[in-house]
Design a protein around this ligand. Structure first.
Ligand code: GLC
Length: 678
């Protein structure tokens, strides 16, 4: 049962797709205070667990820390960070009372979950204009399912998007891409996608391709597809300000950019230098921006990643003016002190480039004041950006999804975004942004998975191998062995870091093997993904969801359930040859060993230490269940469903979903089949 409570005059975020009548009175369970801002508080019992919050830092159980929904471009995901790129305001309280809570509020929203006071959950924000949904149900799984029904069906990508993808910021011309393709194909490392970062564009201008480095782009896309590799370009939020650039000129002419208080377009610097932001909250501007993707689909492109859409701001002219004034003041004082030092004077004349300025003004990146300088034209009204900040990435991706639907309504495109709000899960997936090649980020990757699923995001993944910092071979292998199970499986790295494509390391056969396991499992992973999407279920679950009576299961933070058949427990520590796992029931411990071999061992409920070498992929099949596997292939199109066999417990059967992976006829009864083992 869902109850909706309305406060003030909320902005229509369109996160919820179902009509729910507004209930009178105060929201169930909590105390509300409206005055200086808004707050909802709930008194937690000692054993209460709090799940949810999607792409948030720290544990699967969110209790004990505070989190702020405020989409932020921050590449340092250290433990103290309260905000990352997404804003996913759904929590599930489980214990004394068990209920779900969705706070539909698109600006800064703080969740203090037993941080200030260990027994108190407080959700607060500045303006009392919001909808709160309280969801009651039989158990946590039922509550999450009801929530998912409320927010609508999750995005479904094409089947090729379940293959492996390679990415790196810095591939700059056709030759670089050919080298990557060759590195994979020549070494028989499976791959389906190579991602194109900003360097494919002409001076980072959206919907352009650099002629010199990518002339004849259509043929190049075809050439890659001839090798069963799809190129997936990035699209950034900011549109470069440049006379003669049609996207800029049209946007200005039609008034499609976000504006300042005086009605002139708002300017912010991102990769291209100064840009304007398309007003994706304005339906006309959204349709305009979305239709632009055709420029690339006309050349054979079938997928995109939307970036910098918090929107990221390196600096604004206003911010620069402030900092310059400060700098001038500072330098005047310094000059007084050092009049004799001629070199110092020379320094003053240095020309400051976009990048240098960015570095110098590091502090001005993502300045809160900047988000108060611009406006949207939404719902026929003008609204200041900071009041709807968390909706920008969501609506940029909505623009793309609707644009792509207009281009080909029957076709599934690959689409994912960096920033998001609940509601965007209907339009695309997400990747979790600029992580680092740190062991702790493998674990953070795992912890986000069930929380994201609860919030509707199913097509998800992290930059495998880590984006920032230098990756070591063992870290990449271990991270890939987790990535085998995430719907989006992409290795991505930042410019300047150690190259981490799978063929860059010694012992390529280990990488070939781990990628091969991904492809062997695609029938199962795809089937479970489709079940989760079509039936509003979780693809990744905390153990406690299926083992509610098991006190130990509730404490496990480094293992998750996948679908109804599996538990996964990745290795996320360096220099170890295995790990401890907790089995909440008897399970079959399966290892995919090199050379196509599989080891199987039944383990009893309880704690175990399991050996897992660097070149092995472990998984646990639940009591009485089985999963389908096929022979490995080098791309999704080559998977041979004739080789499907089942592994698991004798007598088990599996309800399998499969379809062409391209169209949208999900409901065909023929897509389902039942297979039995033994
Ligand atoms: C952002 C993205 C990253 C990308 C880079 C350059 O940092 O998060 O994935 O490589 O921009 O486009």
């Amino acid at each position: 049962m869902v109850k909706k409570y309305r406060f003030g005059n909320p902005f229509a975020t369109e996160a919820v797709v179902k009509d729910v009548p507004v209930s009178e009175g105060k929201p169930l369970y909590g105390e509300v205070s409206v005055g200086e801002g808004f707050s909802y508080s709930y008194s937690m019992a000692e054993g209460d667990i709090v799940y949810g919050l999607g792409e948030a830092n720290r544990g699967i159980n969110k209790r004990g820390y505070c989190y702020v929904s405020n989409c932020t471009d921050d590449p340092n995901h250290t433990e103290d960070k309260c905000s990352l790129y997404g804003a996913h305001n759904f929590i599930l309280v489980w214990g004394k009372e068990t209920f779900g809570l969705f706070v539909d509020y698109p600006s800064d929203l703080a969740f203090d979950i037993g941080f200030t006071r260990s027994d108190l959950l407080t959700i607060s924000c500045e303006r009392a204009d919001l909808d709160i949904y309280v969801i009651q149900g039989e158990d946590p799984a039922d509550i999450v399912k009801q929530f998912r029904r409320l927010i609508g069906r999750s995005y479904i990508p094409p089947k090729f998007a379940f293959g492996f993808g390679q990415s790196r910021w810095g591939y700059k011309d056709r030759e670089d891409f050919r080298r990557v393709a060759e590195g994979y194909r020549k070494n028989h490392l499976p791959i389906d996608m190579i991602y194109m970062d900003i360097d494919y564009m002409e001076e980072y201008k959206d919907f352009t391709v650099n002629e010199e480095r990518f002339g004849g782009f259509k043929e190049f896309v075809r050439e890659m597809k001839g090798q069963d590799i799809r190129l997936i370009p990035i699209i950034d939020a900011g549109v470069k300000i440049e006379e003669g650039y049609p996207v800029y000129e049209e946007g200005i002419r039609e008034g499609y950019f976000c504006t300042k208080e005086d009605g002139t377009p708002f300017t912010a610097a991102v990769w291209p230098g100064y840009t304007h932001f398309p007003d994706v909250l304005n339906p006309k501007a959204r349709a305009w921006f979305g239709a632009k993707y055709r420029f690339l689909t006309d050349m054979g492109i079938e997928g995109f990643w939307n970036d910098m859409n918090e929107p990221a701001i390196f600096y604004t002219p206003e911010g620069v003016a402030e900092v310059t004034a400060l700098m001038e003041e500072f330098l005047r004082d310094r000059k007084e002190d050092r009049r004799e030092d001629a070199r110092w004077d020379a320094k003053l004349d240095q020309k400051v480039t976009v990048i240098k300025l960015r570095e110098k003004l590091g502090e001005s990146s993502g300045r809160r004041e900047d988000y108060r300088l611009f406006y949207h034209q939404a719902d026929g009204k003008r609204i200041r950006h900071d009041q709807v900040h968390n909706l920008f990435g969501c609506n940029m991706t909505r623009a793309a999804a609707e644009g792509l639907e207009g281009i080909d309504p029957d076709k599934r495109f690959l689409l994912f975004s960096r920033s998001s709000y609940i509601g965007m899960h209907r339009y695309g997936g997400i990747w979790t942004g600029d992580n680092k090649s740190w062991w702790s980020h493998i674990l953070l990757n795992l912890k986000m998975l069930p929380s994201l699923n609860m919030c509707g995001f199913l097509y998800i993944g992290a930059d495998l191998g880590g984006f920032g910092a230098n990756a070591s071979r063992d870290l990449v292998l271990r991270w890939l062995a987790l990535g085998v199970f995430t719907p989006l499986m992409r290795n991505h790295a930042a410019i300047g870091t150690r190259e981490q494509e799978c063929y860059q390391f010694e012992g390529i056969e280990d990488f070939r093997h781990i990628l091969g396991v991904r492809y062997r499992l695609i029938p199962y992973l795809y089937s479970e993904f489709m079940k989760a999407a079509l039936e509003d279920e979780l693809y990744f679950k905390p153990l406690a969801f299926d083992f509610p009576e098991d006190k130990m299961a509730a404490q496990v933070e480094d293992q998750v359930l996948l679908g109804n058949e599996l538990m996964i427990a990745p290795v996320y520590t360096q220099n170890v040859s295995g790990r401890y796992v907790y089995l909440p029931e008897r399970m079959k411990f399966v290892k995919f060993l090199p050379e196509g071999k599989i080891s199987e061992e039944v383990l009893e409920k309880g704690h175990h230490y399991v050996e897992i070498r660097l070149n092995e992929v472990p998984l646990f099949i639940r009591e009485g269940k089985c999963i389908p596997v096929v022979d490995a292939a080098e791309c999704v199109a080559d998977l041979d469903m004739e080789t499907v066999k089942l592994i698991g417990f004798d007598g088990a059967s599996y309800r399998m979903y499969d379809d062409d992976g391209v169209g949208r006829n999900y409901e065909e009864p023929g897509n389902w089949s039942v297979r039995s083992l033994g």
